[in-house]
Design a protein around this ligand. Sequence first.
Ligand code: PEP
Ligand code: MG
Length: 324
Amino acid sequence: LQAGLEKLRDLPAETEDGQRIQLQVNTGLMTDITRSLERGAEGVGLYRTEIPFMVRDRFPSEEEQRVIYREQLAAFAPHPVTMRTLDVGGDKSLSYFPIEEDNPFLGWRGIRVTLDHPEIFMVQVRAMLKASEGHNNLRIMLPMVTSVTEVEDAQHFIHRAWLEVREEGVDIPMPEVGVMIEVPASVYQARALAQRVDFFSIGTNDLTQYLLAVDRNNRQVASLYNSYHPAVLHAILHVVEQAREEGKKVSVCGEMAGEPAAALLLMAMGVDALSMNASNLLKVKAAIRQVKMCFIRKLLSEVLAMDNAEVISAYVDLQLDKAG
Ligand code: PEP
Ligand code: MG
């Protein structure tokens, strides 16, 4: 743990004037559990289920998945654990399920793969549901959603899986189901999506990549990959506003959420939770505990009036430095 920050572990993530936000973690490996609990995480905002799939040489069975998922759910209970359904394709590949494409980021990835393979989806959702019995802290999240049809189809399968496991005697309520907002289409469909789901989580890693048409892993264009780009900031704000108008919770789980300055802007936009790598959690909490809402709201409104990512980034750093 970072020196000096561990004392923040059990203190709330709240501004000097008492505005609270939930700080959660992104997990994938078993080792993430201990690191997260040591830092006082209030649940998991993104459990990347593809990670246990990637470290194997075949699809894990329903029972194998149930055991893995139960460890996450049990470790964080009563806090929520947001399990993302399998997000392969793009930059995430499985050796035993090869996908060959010219444009993987625009290809068969995320929800597209699992809706084409309901047998993979059903096994995974059934395992999640069974794993949550007794804890009831499961939330299911769908990756790479671009249309309401995908949400409706996925909800249909989730409902069917829920009926099946209930029939088999597993006593669990229907979990909350949400979507990741990580492609431009979902930004412009935010209202319609919010009407159909329980929550949003904004995936700023992919959202930045797709809004700016900049490959998130290509060094050649890395200097163009900037989440402070006005297009990205305005897109996030729009999504937050739409979710709130529909009375739905919204969080951010991309790398931006774990970057203290960006986290403050996201908080000013009104997000309910920030989910990040455990290593960033106490740094973000420290930043939140040092500001007042009026300060970060003013900063946000100044930033939203600017039209240049580099200027925004420099301005935010300067203002936060000045504020100490
Ligand atoms: C994202 O796209 O911002 C995200 C959190 O998901 P991943 O990084 O796993 O694509
Ligand atoms: Mg993503």
